[in-house]
Design a protein around this ligand. Structure first.
Ligand code: ZN
Length: 171
């Protein structure tokens, strides 16, 4: 089952913290592979494990959406080492389809995590890649872009989304 259903805003798995991975075994490698296939099929530039209902600290990012294999990032237990500056650009989320917003993010980030073989990898990123890291790491802490909007916009969007959740996402 390589392509998995993406859970939507309102599902508790998206709104609580994810657990660290204790051991990178075949089940984690399968999870990462499924996440990549699911991200490409969506299509999207990033996906966090809670978005497919798995509350683990695992993310995938590929700004080329499968066009350039060198751009694929798969990280287990990612964490920030540095965050500097500010940027604000339009963002969306596969778990909040049809909605967008402009959260404030760091301009530059440095992130470390483990790759599929358990080796530590570090990435320095600016612009879209920095935003993607922030967006996906937020998912691991139960935060969505909606939670990073200015208070007025956040409250307005949350009201709209609560209504949408009551009505059901599939309509
Ligand atoms: Zn998202």
């Amino acid at each position: 089952m390589p392509i998995r259903p993406i859970v939507k805003y309102g599902d508790p798995v998206l709104h609580g913290p994810a657990e660290p991975v204790e051991e990178i075994d075949d089940s984690i490698r399968t999870l990462l592979d499924d996440m990549v296939q699911t991200m490409y099929a969506a299509p999207g530039v990033g996906l966090a494990a809670p978005q497919i209902g798995v509350p683990l600290r695992v993310i995938v990012i590929d700004l080329s959406v499968g066009e350039d294999p060198s751009q694929l990032i798969q990280l287990v237990n990612p964490e920030f080492l540095e965050r500097d500056g500010e940027q604000s650009e339009e963002e969306g989320c596969l778990s909040v389809p049809g909605y967008g917003g402009t959260p404030t993010r760091p301009a530059r980030v440095k992130v470390k995590g483990l790759d599929l073989d358990g080796n530590e990898q570090t990435y320095e990123a600016t612009e879209l890649l920095a935003r993607a890291f922030c967006h996906e790491l937020d998912h691991l802490d139960g935060l969505l872009f909606v939670d990073r909007l200015s208070p007025l916009k956040r409250d307005l969007m949350k009201r709209r989304l609560r209504k949408r959740v009551r009505e059901g996402w599939e309509k």
